[in-house]
Design a protein around this ligand. Structure first.
Ligand code: SF4
Length: 282
């Protein structure tokens, strides 16, 4: 993985385990350890692990853009889970100048659903020329439709338009790749994310789950696992999650006690070297 701790400042890849936490009100409810650098590929297994642990799927989930793939959205839909899950371009497409600055982006072009074609910025038709199927490592088959403009030679907008092509070097005409299923699922997610509940959940997510990682890495100084091997790391992360939950419970109890008997309650937090990092009431 490319990590944030880049001491040599050369962007080198390091061997890591990918740790996933599920939280509810800052309490860790589930965790998983993976050997892949992609968060996206861990999501379904993580939720299946949740189901194994509790015998049910959560009714709602909130996740950041690293999890917003067609396969993950479809899984949420099939399991009846309401997914407040962002996708890669969520913030970009809501920027004020997205429509003007990225006018040639396929999302800003007119798409005719009946005729199944796009209209380019100078008013020409971009027709469908074929489709591809790609089997992902997970076995999921991704179906994409391909559209291509007939002749872009001499067009004044060639530069910004062809910049949008995935293969900029070989394509001389504008090409668009469209995944209808993903577009439908993204539209569904977008609606949820922009609702009042969605805005509240997005704010809460950054405090809730990121707060757990912050507490672990920054406050407790836990930046390296002590064990190696998936089985042992699973145990180590499980113990960490339990200790964090117990600390939260103790803090909560101390706060409750403080309200009842202010003079007797005292909570002391320790980092991994057993040094007191905070001693406070409640
Ligand atoms: S480059 Fe091609 S697709 Fe783009 S605006 Fe010009 S004619 Fe249309």
């Amino acid at each position: 993985m490319r990590t944030k701790d880049d001491h040599l400042k050369n962007g080198q890849l390091k061997a890591n385990y990918n740790i996933q936490f599920s939280t509810s009100n800052r309490v860790i409810t589930h965790y998983s350890v993976e050997r892949t650098s992609s968060d996206m590929a861990t999501y379904i297994r993580h939720l299946e692990g949740f189901k194994e642990r509790y015998n049910f799927y959560p009714k709602q989930v909130t996740a950041d853009a690293g999890y917003g793939s067609e396969e993950n959205y479809l899984f949420l839909e099939e399991k009846g889970i309401e997914g407040f899950v962002k996708y890669g371009s969520f913030y970009r497409e809501h920027r004020r100048n997205f429509k003007t600055k990225e006018f040639a982006n396929a999302r800003n072009l007119h798409y005719d659903e009946k005729g199944d074609f796009y209209i380019c910025p100078v008013g020409k038709k971009i027709n469908r020329i074929g489709e591809t199927k790609k089997t992902l490592r997970s076995g999921y088959i991704k179906e994409t439709n391909i559209y291509e403009a007939a002749d872009c030679k001499g067009c004044a907008l060639m530069e910004p338009c062809l910049k949008q092509n995935s293969n900029k070097k070989t394509s001389t005409n504008r090409r668009i790749h469209r995944t209808p299923n993903l577009e439908r699922l993204r539209a569904k997610a977008r609606k949820l994310l922009l609702s009042e509940e969605g805005i509240r959940k997005r704010k809460q997510r950054s405090v809730d789950v990121e707060g757990c990682f912050g507490e672990l890495k920054q406050n407790k100084g836990f930046r390296r696992l002590m064990l190696r091997g998936l089985k042992k790391v699973n145990i180590e992360v499980g113990l960490l999650a339990m200790s964090m939950n117990i600390a939260k419970l103790a803090k909560h109890k101390a706060r409750t006690m403080d309200e009842v008997c202010p003079k007797t309650s005292k909570t002391t937090l320790f980092n991994r070297n057993n040094k007191s990092i905070a001693a406070k009431r409640g």
